[in-house]
Design a protein around this ligand. Structure first.
Ligand code: PMP
Length: 290
């Protein structure tokens, strides 16, 4: 496997960075997870825009411009002969001193890993996922805006561990008002009486690229879709529920907090969204170019 590291494609064993990198010492950096389907990168512009916004929000100067990132992503996929997979693009603050201040850090490391991925087994896409709400709340936007896709994922990792400890694969995270924020790596949607609802971004969710794609697909299918604050009660009493994320794609959810969603099987509208999403990813991506 070849890893992109600061302009070079190096063997996995040689892809090394300093232990003084603040990405490692403090989670100081940003990242993106991007999908490649049949040799086409899905929503590359949107991912790079979000990377730029995340970097701007943490006052990190990105070492590459948008077109250079695009080329680096393509080069990494081509060097690995990858037609389908997952691309992890990381930009760290770079090596610095042991103190918190980023003064003197840099240059930032740009790392791109392109590999296979299957987050959940296919069976769960057919039968649906079961999720549970956990005690760890989504970090407050005034402490650290959840819209920033930073390298510091401890908040989500704690939630994930709590869910796993009680036998669930994914955790439902609430914000400090007790509203639904998102899952640890996915946005949440429900369907009630034919209307699709998802929490607004200020409830504490990432501006998911898949979330955006699904909102567009809902419009295409003529399904009404609204951003609205949601409670656990709304999820418990919904007719359908599904999660969206680059790695998870669109996955039905059939149980929330031990309550069956609808009649406990993936819903018909969710299935239509999944089918259309799976078509779009094959036709809407940007071709890998040299
Ligand atoms: N929320 C969080 C916390 C995430 O890390 C992610 C990405 N895995 C998402 C939502 C989904 O975003 P996207 O559709 O852009 O992958």
């Amino acid at each position: 496997m070849k890893i992109y590291l600061n302009g070079d494609l190096v063997a996995k064993e040689d892809a090394k960075i300093s232990v003084f990198d603040h990405g490692l010492l403090y989670g100081d950096g940003v990242f993106e997870g991007i999908r490649l389907y049949n040799g086409c990168v899905f929503k590359l512009e949107e991912h790079l825009e979000r990377l730029e916004y995340s970097a701007k929000a943490i006052l990190l100067d990105l070492p590459l411009k948008r077109e250079q990132f695009k080329k680096a992503v393509c080069d990494t996929c081509l060097a690995n002969d990858l037609q389908n997979g997952y691309v992890r693009l990381v930009v760290t603050r770079g090596p610095g001193h042991l103190g918190l201040t980023p003064d003197g850090c840099g240059p930032g490391n740009v790392i791109i890993i392109a590999d296979d991925i299957q987050l959940y087994p296919e069976e769960l896409y057919k039968n649906g996922l079961k999720i549970i709400s956990v005690p760890t709340r989504r970090i407050n936007a005034s402490a650290l805006p959840p819209a920033i896709k930073s390298l510091n994922y401890l908040n989500n990792i704690l939630a994930k561990i709590e869910a796993k400890k009680v036998g669930y694969q994914e955790a439902l995270m609430l914000n400090d008002k007790g509203e639904i924020a998102e899952c640890t790596g996915d946005n949440v949607f429900i369907i009630s009486k034919g209307v699709i609802f998802t929490p607004p971004l200020d409830a504490g969710s990432l501006r998911g690229i898949t979330r955006g794609a699904v909102i567009d697909l809902a419009e295409e299918l003529g399904f009404p879709c609204r951003e609205q604050a949601l409670t656990r009660y709304d999820l418990w009493t919904a007719d359908e529920c599904f999660l969206t994320g680059t790695a998870a794609e669109v996955i039905p959810c059939v149980e929330v907090d031990h309550r069956e969603v609808g009649n406990g099987v993936p819903g018909a509208m969710t299935q239509q969204l999944i089918d259309l999403f799976r078509q779009k990813v094959l036709t809407d991506g940007e071709h890998l170019t040299q």
